[in-house]
Design a protein around this ligand. Structure first.
Ligand code: PLP
Length: 380
């Protein structure tokens, strides 16, 4: 059966060109990037080329990009790295502001820091998933050292007012981190123009492999490393470099930068076509998230009187891969913390379907999806 994949927010298929550039570094070019002989230097050079490509996507300096193992690691590094240096330097600052709809990599890092004596404010969001800028500014204390707000939400696609948040952070001399794992490759991100101090991204959400990520850290920001060992990544992150995947990430970033406009247009068209068809064919639905400030490929819908897991199971029988929210919370039957935060009542939240389009999707896929949803939901 043909697989129709609509879960690109969970992960993406590796692009052929990405794999092709990686291949030599999984075979002949196996040198350790810290070694002085030729195949070692080749690895080193490949890493630095890749760093330039990643930096170019975010308009920062290559020296401000550090490779990690995933988006979660980048999030941990940003929050813990900045928190630990407050303690070490006795800055007297111990307060973090974030939101209730962050990815678990942020929320759980915050919980871990709370156990170590840090204080965290979790901002509410409105019914579309936006944080309130006045509430944010009012939450700032003398002791606040970090604001971490995601660029775009992985479940409902809402894009937060990043530039306004960064202005508030600047005004109060607070570091601003954003989890841009979903936004990367989908929205233009110029960290200098937007005033972002730290940014997390991940390879497998942009057609590179799983197990590679990066973090941008502005050159004026100092963090403590939390993975101790060798001097890799300018002493910020120990461990022999994952050369092949770093090369893959660089290639994926290069493609993302080159194709951004057409990619956005393609995904937005698929999304709007899908929403139109959904509204034509179904009553008793709720579309979650902002309809305007939204990730191009994100659709999040609640159906009344249907159980999300049952729906996903029946879609799977038709070769359709979709999700009920985030990949991280599937498996447990609890209602999504994001849907709870935007005030979706449980009878609707139980029938949630997240469709996230990617580069390999076509209009034909959407038609098949709509036909399948009609069969499953309307002909019950
Ligand atoms: C997927 C995701 C992450 C985690 O990235 P991994 O590379 O899977 O660890 C973090 N934040 C957001 C918003 C995500 O969508």
């Amino acid at each position: 059966m043909l697989i129709r994949y609509f879960d690109n927010a969970a992960t993406t298929k590796i692009k052929e060109e990405v794999l092709k550039e990686m291949f030599p570094y999984l075979t002949e070019e196996y040198g350790n990037a810290s070694s002085i002989y030729k195949i070692g230097r080749n690895s080193k050079r490949a890493i630095e080329e890749s760093r330039k490509r990643v930096a170019s996507l975010f308009n920062c300096e290559p020296s401000e990009i550090y490779f990690t193992s995933c988006g979660s690691e980048s999030d941990n590094m940003a929050l813990k790295g900045l928190a630990y240096i407050q303690k070490e330097k006795n800055t007297g600052k111990n307060h973090i502001i974030t939101s209730k709809i962050e990815h678990p990599a942020i929320l759980e890092s915050c919980k871990a820091l709370e156990k170590q004596g840090f204080e965290v404010t979790y901002l509410d969001v409105d019914e579309e998933g936006f944080i309130n800028l006045n509430t944010l500014e009012n939450a700032i204390k003398e002791s606040t050292f970090l604001i971490s707000i995601m660029f775009a939400n992985n479940e409902i696609g809402t894009i937060e007012p990043i530039e306004e948040i960064s202005k508030i952070a600047k005004k109060h001399n607070i570091t601003f981190h954003t989890d841009a794992v979903q936004a990367t490759g989908n929205i233009e991100i110029d960290v200098k123009k937007l005033g972002i101090d730290m940014l997390s991204m991940s390879g497998h959400k942009i057609y590179a492999p799983k197990g590679i990520g990066a973090i941008y850290i502005d050159k004026n920001i100092e963090i403590n490393r939390f993975l101790d060992g060798g001097h890799q990544e300018k002493n910020k992150r120990a461990g022999t470099e994952n050369v092949a995947e770093i090369v893959g990430l660089g290639k994926a970033c290069e493609i993302a930068e080159k194709n951004l406009k057409t990619y956005q247009e393609k995904l937005t068209n698929l999304r709007e076509y899908f929403f139109k068809k959904i509204k034509e064919n179904f009553k008793d639905i709720k579309i979650n998230g902002s309809l305007t400030k939204r990730l191009p490929g994100n659709c999040n819908i609640c159906f009344k009187n249907i159980d999300s897991n049952e729906l996903l199971f029946k879609l799977d029988e038709k070769g359709i891969c979709a999700s009920g929210g985030s990949a991280c919370s599937s498996g447990d039957n609890s209602i999504s913390h994001v849907l709870t935060a935007i005030g979706v009542p449980s009878e609707l939240a139980n029938g949630v379907l997240r469709i996230t389009f990617g580069d390999f999707n076509s209009k034909d896929d959407v038609d098949y999806l709509i036909t399948s949803l009609k069969k499953i939901i309307l002909e019950r």
